[in-house]
Design a protein around this ligand. Structure first.
Ligand SMILES: [Zn+2]
Length: 391
């Protein structure tokens, strides 16, 4: 089943791609298709807010922006800029969103049974996080303002992903849009179908990532396919992990020293774990190469460092079969072969298994913001021990 994601310009390309990648992590029946930028009909009204007070009043009770504006958190400041007043905001009615979906569907010959999600930073007249059309195949999800609710969250893609999954599930649970509305929980239960009259209540349901017993009965009664439910729940669970993790982010920001023992070929993270990561000579040679590259290395550049890799490999393995070692490195350094990726993921898995995913990210070889691969830990934390190392 295809889910087409399209966006208006205000939802940045980078976040859009990140969201797609995140949703595609859990394989299953739902296939997420990256769509194009669309333009809304110029069919909007203006709300003019002379000052912050008016802004909050206008949106009562569903919008409680004012308290969040006063937040002082630095993370929050990074990701959200308080608007200037007086503020004039365009507000669209839902039909405008759905007409855009409809036009996109027709132009691109997308079958009626496929879902289209319009991701937009534009305000909607009902001031909802998302919505569904009458035929239940076009949707919209609001992409802006998430930092107001998740102060510590550095990426809004997780709540957006949650909304997408919630709307897909609702459309499968109930026969019509009206029944969806009739069954939302007015009192928040921490369930996916909480209405969140006060928008802040959304925090609860995303933290629990849960589906209540009544809704689960409804899911069974309406024959939602189990693999589909499983895929949705896996994604909700991933969202939950990220949202819970974001609250602890500052705690996790503390780093451990990384002690690398070349003779034993071990990585030790004394502040995180008692045990050690044991790497084979090939893995360690590659790891050391990336550690030396502070700015990272594109995978197709590894081949330029064949000589360095071979030298490290020979030292670490302590073997003499030069030809065989050279062949191993030739294969490893060629990014068109699978060997490089396999080796990188083996290293990644070993480190994650020891210290956990959250801590591991800084120590594993990952895609960096500059599109190269590298290890992001500050090198001041790294100590290489070679005393007992014999060439
Ligand atoms: Zn429920």
């Amino acid at each position: 089943m295809n889910i087409h994601l399209i966006r208006t310009e205000g939802f940045p390309e980078e976040q859009f791609q990140e969201l797609l990648a995140f949703l595609r992590q859990q394989s299953g029946i739902l296939q997420f298709v990256g769509g194009k930028i669309v333009t809304l009909n110029p069919d909007f009204t203006y709300h003019i807010f002379l000052e912050e007070k008016d802004y909050s009043q206008q949106f009562q009770p569903r919008m409680q922006k004012t308290s969040a504006y006063r937040s002082e958190s630095s993370n929050f400041q990074e990701s959200y800029t308080k608007p200037d007043f007086p503020l004039r905001q365009r507000t669209y009615n839902w039909e405008t969103f759905f007409q855009t979906c409809k036009a996109y569907r027709e132009f691109n010959q997308i079958p009626e049974k496929d879902f289209i999600f319009l991701l937009t930073d534009r305000n909607n007249t009902e001031n909802w996080f998302g919505g569904i059309n009458q035929q239940m195949n076009n949707f919209f999800v609001h992409t802006a303002d998430w930092p107001l609710f998740f102060r510590m969250l550095n990426k809004p893609i997780y709540p957006i992903a949650y909304e997408i999954m919630a709307w897909i599930l609702r459309s499968m649970m109930y026969p019509s849009r009206e029944t969806i509305y009739a069954h939302v929980h007015k009192e928040p239960l921490g369930c996916i179908n909480d209405f969140c009259q006060d928008k802040k209540q959304i925090i609860l349901k995303m933290r629990t990532g849960d589906i209540c017993d009544d809704c689960m009965d409804q899911i069974i009664n309406n024959d939602v396919s189990p693999p589909l439910l499983r895929q949705i729940q896996s994604i909700l669970n991933e969202v939950r992990q990220h949202i819970l993790f974001s609250r602890n982010r500052n705690v996790y920001l503390t780093s451990s020293r990384l002690l690398i023992d070349l003779s034993k070929r071990t990585l030790h993270f004394p502040e995180y774990a008692q045990g050690k990561v044991k790497l084979n000579p090939k893995e360690l040679a590659l790891y050391l190469l990336f550690l030396e590259q502070n700015e990272g290395l594109a995978l197709n550049q590894v081949v330029d460092f064949k000589a360095e890799l071979l030298e490290k490999y020979m030292h670490l393995s302590g073997q003499n079969n030069h030809e065989r070692m050279q062949a191993t490195i030739e294969l490893l350094a060629d990014y068109r072969e699978n060997e490089l990726n396999i080796t990188l993921s083996r290293i990644r898995k070993k480190i994650k298994d020891l210290i956990g995913r959250e801590f591991a990210e800084k120590y594993t070889i990952e895609l960096l913001a500059n599109n190269k691969h590298g290890i992001s830990i500050d090198r001041e934390f790294v100590e290489i021990i070679e005393e007992s190392f014999q060439v």
